[in-house]
Design a protein around this ligand. Structure first.
Ligand code: EPZ
Length: 419
């Protein structure tokens, strides 16, 4: 298994181009099931997760090819097996997104329940309850969802907690359901907004895009789409913004949408970091010291993203005072704390409130990645630590970051991947 070796204390200077959003390309690849002619998806990040989704589509009869560095060509005209196996689905929770479009297209599907994630169980009860509210008959058989959507009609759906995946999954069924579906407490994340825009470009009738109430007027059929370009990855961008704030330097991020990063920019500015927003560029300037402490919490969009919680936690270890960080999306997304503490952080947990000691001097050590964003926090910590850090299990980071070591090296970091 690959590991990263990082020598810390180098400031970051220069420009990087942010890749397309992992959490947009996955639902859009699933939605391509509804497209019956070749679709070109541009600005796709090179990630193992997009390859996993491609494998799932191919297992159902789809033709998928990757061209250039960031284009996926998908032809689902021959897709005729509404079945997604445990072997594939267990490796990536987002595979469960295929259920909605398979039901919309074939009126039946058999999809494995996803496995838990590294930081704990991640249920899909919201997805299943919502499908049943639209009239889908669902049986659970040997770890599979066996679903029949021959008698579906629009309805009212209220999610008890905002769910990105459940909102996307239900949307992809509701667009072809007879009648009107209203989803309240829907996700408004930019990735869901792009999914709505894609479906509307295919002839769907979704209103309320970008709000927490979506109204979907079912249509009898959709048009084929030829091409779509993935929005920039706000979490990759936020990761590099926090890395620059922590280790110091001046970094220009290209191909970003500053609107998607308003809360991150606000919080970085609040702790004394200079953030300059231009049309599709964000500049971050930091001395890497004199970072103010803060007490923030994660929330659904447009709040502070949970996918930057681990990275922010590390930044607060370097602040000039003690901080707190409340995680409101997942009760147990804290596997990174033990590993960060091995590097010299002093973080404790009370329920889902992290208490973070500031003014920490980090010393390089051997640490282990536990999930995509925990890995990112460990990389940033290693960039700030005295001496060398070795990070194992970097396959986690390869799921969510496109060429991260190349981008960091270009900015002056000392990072190498060792087999
Ligand atoms: C998406 O996951 C993202 N993944 C996650 O990013 C992100 O952390 C999460 O949204 C929250 O923003 C992708 O888009 C591929 P949820 P998702 O359904 O859809 C609970 C990353 O690092 N819940 O919005 O799986 C759930 O346990 C990944 O890029 C239920 O209880 O998340 C959580 O507490 C990690 N039952 C909350 O809702 C359900 O049926 C939000 O989860 C569904 C969710």
């Amino acid at each position: 298994m690959d590991c990263f070796e990082i020598v810390g204390k180098n400031h970051l200077e220069g420009n990087i181009v942010v890749s397309g959003a992992k959490n947009a390309v996955l639902p859009i690849m699933a939605a391509s099931i509804l497209n019956n002619s070749p679709l070109k998806i541009k600005n796709v990040p090179t990630l193992s997760d997009s390859k996993t989704m491609a494998a799932i589509l191919e297992s159902m009869g789809s033709k998928v090819s990757f061209s250039n560095d960031d284009i996926i060509n998908i032809d689902n005209s021959g897709l005729n097996i509404p079945f997604a196996s445990y072997d594939l689905v267990r490796t990536m929770r987002a595979s469960f997104y295929v259920l909605g479009p398979l039901l919309a297209k074939f009126k039946q599907a058999k999809v494995s329940l996803p496995g838990g994630c590294a930081w704990g169980p991640r249920p899909v009860d919201f997805h299943i309850n919502a499908f049943e509210q639209l009239g889908v008959k669902i049986d659970l058989e040997n770890g599979y969802v066996v679903a029949d959507a021959s008698n579906i009609k629009g309805g009212k759906i209220h999610f008890p907690k905002i769910s990105v995946g459940a909102t996307g999954n239900v949307l992809m069924l509701a667009v072809l359901a007879d009648g009107v579906t209203v989803i309240t407490n829907a996700a408004a994340e930019p990735e869901i907004q792009q999914l709505c825009q894609m479906l509307n470009n295919m002839g769907a009738d979704i209103s309320g895009v970008g709000t927490n109430t979506l109204t979907i007027k079912g249509v009898t059929s959709l048009k084929n789409l030829e091409e779509i370009s993935i929005i920039p990855d706000r979490i990759e961008a936020g990761t590099f913004m926090i890395a620059t704030a922590a280790v110091g330097g001046k970094v220009i991020l290209e191909n970003v949408n500053p609107l998607h990063l308003k809360e991150v920019t606000k919080q970085l500015t609040n702790v004394g970091i200079t953030v300059i927003e231009k049309s599709n560029i964000i500049e971050v300037h930091s001395e890497g010291n004199n970072i103010k402490f803060s007490n923030i919490e994660t929330n659904e969009y447009p709040g502070f993203p949970t996918d930057l919680q681990a990275q922010w936690m590390l930044l607060m270890c370097l602040a000039n005072g003690d901080s707190t960080l409340k995680e409101n999306i997942y009760f147990d997304r804290f596997t990174h704390i033990l590993e960060l503490n091995r590097l010299g952080c002093k973080i404790s947990l009370e329920g889902s409130l992290a208490k973070i000691k500031g003014n920490r001097n980090l010393i390089g050590a051997n640490v282990m990645s536990t999930d995509i964003r925990a890995s990112a926090a460990l990389i940033i910590a290693a960039l700030c630590a005295e001496g060398k850090t070795s990070i194992s299990r970097v396959y986690h980071i390869d799921r969510g970051y496109d060429k991260i070591e190349e981008k960091l090296t270009k900015l002056g970091a000392q990072i190498i991947r060792k087999k």
